[in-house]
Design a protein around this ligand. Structure first.
Ligand code: FRU
Length: 489
């Protein structure tokens, strides 16, 4: 199919029965469907939206174009869960339907208010000359799950000084007041975030731009999220237009955070340190956080990036969400750990330990395509050591530690079907320690790797053959001791 504008901006009802059946059968025949990640039934998934806890359940929506693996008319698809692990597909949450969101219900967030869930999102519209006009819209979900959209937007214009790239409201509550950050582009085509305030979620007052020391940092900041954690203030956002810099900023677009003092809302100032990437892998963008009922700050991201082709496109679907991660701060650095609820996925357990000396080793029965594995290396004098996984005759994904450069390296050069090779096939980042811990979650077409208890995370899609299921441990140029626990999922 050639994805003309007309085809991309069709509503789901406009697709014929045959087209939908063909799409479902293409998706059903895909060898890379995931088993424990949120993925679309058909079409394209992008940003997580409206991540919240309401009426005894977690709610998580995502940007969705149902009719194919391209960015078109976006809906919010609704999923919910009691445990952050098993997610139920509820159906369409918000559909684009009126003059204020005619070209897509774009990203946004949710918060409980007056016993209902308030969902604040960007209505994307285009006029007859295809010029964009964004509105900030509100939908309200009652405890029975009924969703009602307000007829009029709650923010109906872009303030002076900013372009039509003005979207992705993230709301929070401080005392009796609601605040929202919105991603924006200044008229001089640089990115920033603006701040709004409300007392009732319906009337919003423009406070102005958030002052940071990143005044020239890319051309657009998408999906901002402000949160406070352990007495610090943190702004997460996804800037576009940042050039690669050493091992940093290798992907087409970035996602990261600035951390410092809590925001001074009276003068809209954030005092902070440098911008840090949230994830070191190949496929991560537009994360969103929420506060769980027991006070944990939990983050989920989109395991994909805009403007990139993926091998599943051929089967009519694209992308998935990451697993939920719990955030904390240690020595002014963000720590991200898989939420402990994920342990319910653990099935059969295998344990091994060994000393590796200039060799690559496999172990009986230690294979798999979907599993969790925790692997600790210590007492090493090898130049490099690590793991090859989803490995077969010709394929392998390599995760290793270079003891000379003191770097963790993820290499997907031989992972299987290539993706985004123009952005390189190796990602690395500096890590130091006498022990190196790799904690992997491997699904059919992805891997999430937590390093040294969440100091760094590498999130990536991989597209190996089904029978590439070996796990190998290696040490080069010396010795390394390791112990590993693996659980089938
Ligand atoms: C980020 C993004 C958002 C926008 C949404 C549209 O991936 O571009 O800025 O709201 O996707 O799907």
């Amino acid at each position: 199919m050639i994805w003309t504008k007309e085809k991309r901006y069709r509503r789901i009802e406009e697709a014929g029965k045959d087209e939908l059946l063909k799409l479902q059968s293409d998706v059903g025949g895909c060898e890379w469907r995931q088993t424990f990640h949120i993925q679309p039934e058909t079409g394209l998934l992008n940003d997580p939206n409206g991540f919240s806890f309401f009426n005894g359940e977690y709610h998580l929506f995502y940007q969705w174009f149902p009719l194919g693996p391209v960015h078109g008319l976006k809906y919010w698809y609704h999923t919910k869960s009691k445990d952050l692990v098993h997610w139920e597909n509820v159906g369409i949450g918000i559909e684009p339907s009126n003059a204020y969101d005619s070209h897509g219900a774009y990203s946004g967030s949710a918060i409980e208010h007056d016993g209902k869930l308030y969902l604040l999102y960007t209505g994307n519209t285009r006029d007859e000359n295809w010029v964009r006009h964004p509105y900030q819209c509100l939908a309200i979900m009652d405890p029975s799950g009924r969703m009602e959209k307000l007829e009029q937007p709650v923010i109906n214009h872009v303030p002076n000084g900013y372009t039509d790239h003005f979207r992705d409201p993230k709301v929070w509550k401080a005392g009796n007041e609601f605040y929202a950050v919105i991603g924006a582009q200044r008229e001089n085509e640089t990115g920033c975030v603006v701040l709004y305030r409300s007392l009732d979620m319906l009337h919003w007052e423009f406070k102005g731009e958030l002052k940071t020391n990143l005044s020239l940092f890319g051309y657009m900041w998408e999906c901002p999220d402000y949160l406070e954690l352990q007495d610090k203030g943190m702004l997460i956002f996804s800037p576009q237009g940042i050039s690669p810099d050493g091992e940093q900023f290798q992907n087409i677009y970035q996602s990261g955070y600035i951390l410092g003092e809590p925001m001074d809302v009276s003068n809209r100032t954030l005092t902070h340190g440098s911008f840090q990437e949230l994830d070191r892998g190949f496929d991560f963008y537009a994360p969103q956080t929420m506060l769980s009922p027991d006070g944990r700050r939990i983050l989920i991201g989109w395991m994909g990036l805009p403007e990139m082709e993926y091998p599943t496109d051929r089967n009519g679907w694209a992308h998935c969400l990451t697993l939920p991660r719990e955030l904390s701060i240690k020595d002014d650095k963000l720590i991200q750990k898989p939420v402990q609820e994920l342990q319910v996925l653990r099935k059969q357990k295998y344990e091994i330990s060994d000393v590796l000396l200039h060799e690559t080793k496999k172990f009986n029965n230690l294979t798999g395509t979907t599993y969790e594995m925790l692997c600790e290396f210590e007492n090493f004098d090898a130049a490099q050591f690590g793991i090859e996984f989803r490995a077969g005759d010709k394929e392998k994904t390599i995760l290793k530690y270079d003891t000379v450069q003191k770097k963790v390296i993820l290499d997907r050069t031989f992972s299987g079907e290539p993706v985004g090779e123009e952005y390189g096939t190796v990602r690395e980042c500096s890590v130091d320690g006498v022990k190196i811990k790799f904690h992997l979650f491997v699904d059919i077409s992805s891997v999430e790797i937590f390093i040294n208890d969440g100091e760094e995370v590498f999130t990536s899609r991989i597209f190996p053959k089904t029978d590439s299921n070996e796990i190998r441990f290696f040490a080069e140029g010396g010795r390394a001791y390791f112990q590993a626990s693996k659980w089938d999922i």
